[in-house]
Design a protein around this ligand. Structure first.
Ligand code: SF4
Ligand code: SF4
Length: 473
């Protein structure tokens, strides 16, 4: 067994050579405060994961921190390593903890190893101290925002059920003030699913976002748990917290509709295609374009997965952040080196099952090379032939990948011929002109182009909180 004790990497050279089947790189999400959070988003089933470790203070110790950093750096055979912090809410650990993490990185880094830090936060506690620290150490910060005030505050609430928009904007203001690189992480849910373009424009125009990631909210439940689930996962929902697991083929009222997810993405895509290619980076669009070249940037749409484990505060390693539940606990890094856990048959099977469990509908699907059936956690619907294991989001995924494909292929062609993919915007403008303003909008909304994606005027139907965003910028 590989060494697990916390000690200098000089004494313990990289163990990778002794595990030739181990992955050369992986993207571990560390949860230093477990699933503990300082707010109570209604859709956040991660809150319920506290039930995995009852009666414990969910805080990563210095010994676990050093073991984690050392093993992560030892495990990588690529020159670049990402140290990714996530929650719960990692700012509950205070800045000092992360100063220590940076020191451990310096202590255990191999010569030539480049280490990037990422940090996902709800933004509530961000202040000058945090943001000066992020800037000094070049952290990329992910800020969770679900859109303009009215949409954000529907589900992202504090423990008194009050919206958190103002507090998040305060955090965003600090990020801007210190020049910290940030991206926006936005869930797509029942509240914002019909407002893709307004949400995207808010991030682009009001928050100055250059990187945006959309994540569908899908909260699964069974006949037995659906009522509890609809009330939310927090203790304040008035019931004893139940542990969320990936079971059941029902979804809560807060979950995004399957087809509506695709409609949302297309709504954003049509705007991006006309104005922002090469200027604003939407993760799924990048992922799709890269897939045209056979490269897979995201586990969700890669043929196989299993390279995104999650580390709990006590050193327990799980197969994936979405499978932090007893059946997917690989072991503890104080007992077994994380690379050994990553190379274990259980984890390799977890990753390969993604490909091996595709339904017949997926295997014969025209967009399968781009979609690859999506995330296994969402495969609880029936296929058109009634086969179990179809992705709940399939109607939306099929819509998005099919409708965006011609433009994606054009961008890929431009790239291959040495031209910037952003040239697609001029080509799209010519096509729009040829079609005319009163033809149906290509987004499929049924509206005339002039009143839909041909309309560049700001949308007014939603309270964007824009005056506040401007005031605080
Ligand atoms: S289960 Fe889903 S989120 Fe987890 S690694 Fe696989 S594709 Fe990624
Ligand atoms: S679009 Fe639907 S059928 Fe096609 S690969 Fe994706 S999940 Fe499978």
């Amino acid at each position: 067994m590989l060494s697990c004790a916390s000690s200098s990497s000089a004494e313990h050279p990289s163990p990778a050579h002794s595990l030739p089947d181990a992955p050369p790189r992986f993207h571990l999400l560390a949860k230093p405060s477990g699933s503990t959070c300082n707010i109570d988003c209604k859709y956040c089933f991660f809150l319920s994961k506290e039930a995995l470790y009852p009666n414990e203070k969910h805080r990563m110790s210095k010994a676990t921190l050093e073991t984690y950093i050392r093993q992560l750096l030892e495990s990588h055979r690529t020159p670049e390593v990402t140290v990714a912090w996530q929650g719960g809410e990692p700012t509950l650990m205070k800045v000092e903890f992360f100063r220590q993490a940076v020191e451990f990185v310096d202590k255990h880094r191999r010569p030539g190893q480049v280490v990037k830090h990422t940090f996902q936060t709800n933004g509530i506690l961000l202040d000058d101290e945090w943001c000066a620290f992020f800037k000094a150490h070049d952290f990329l910060v992910g800020l969770s925002v679900d859109g303009p005030r009215e949409l954000h505050d529907t589900f992202r609430v504090d423990r008194r059920a009050q919206g958190t928009f103002d507090l998040v904007m305060n955090g965003w203001r600090h990020l801007r003030k210190h020049g910290v690189e940030f991206n926006i992480l936005c869930t797509v849910n029942a509240a914002n699913e019909r407002h893709g373009r307004a949400v995207y424009r808010f991030f682009r125009d009001e928050l100055g976002a250059k990187w945006i990631q959309f994540i569908p909210v899908i909260e699964r439940a069974t006949e037995q748990t659906i009522q509890l689930a609809n009330r939310g996962w927090s203790e304040q929902a008035g019931h004893k917290r139940v542990l969320y697991t990936q079971t059941g083929n029902l979804v809560t009222d807060r979950s995004v509709g399957p087809k509506q997810y695709g409609v949302f993405l297309i709504d954003v895509f049509e705007e991006w295609l006309r104005h922002d290619v090469g200027r604003v980076f939407v993760q799924l669009f990048d992922v799709t374009l890269e897939a045209m070249f056979g490269r897979h940037l995201s586990c969700i749409h890669a043929p196989t997965c299993g390279l995104g484990p999650a580390l709990e505060y006590n050193g327990d390693l799980y197969s994936c952040d979405h499978f932090v539940e007893p059946g997917y606990r690989l072991g503890n890094i104080h007992e077994t080196h994380m690379l050994e856990l990553m190379a274990s048959p259980a984890q390799r099977k977890f990753g390969l099952d993604k490909r091996d469990s595709l339904t017949a509908q997926c295997r014969s699907c025209a967009v399968r090379p781009l979609c690859n059936g999506g995330c296994p956690k969402d495969r609880f619907a029936l296929s058109r032939d009634g086969e179990a294991g179809q992705n709940y989001l399939c109607p939306g995924l099929e819509l998005f990948f099919t409708q965006s494909r011609p433009a994606m292929e054009t961008m890929a062609k431009l790239f291959r011929s040495g031209r910037p993919p952003s040239d697609v915007m001029a080509m799209t403008a010519i096509e729009d002109k040829r079609r005319g303003p009163y033809a149906p909008c290509p987004c499929g909304s049924g509206r005339k182009f002039r009143f839909c994606h041909g309309n560049d005027a700001p949308q007014r139907s939603i309270d964007t909180g824009s005056s506040e965003a401007r005031r605080t910028s």
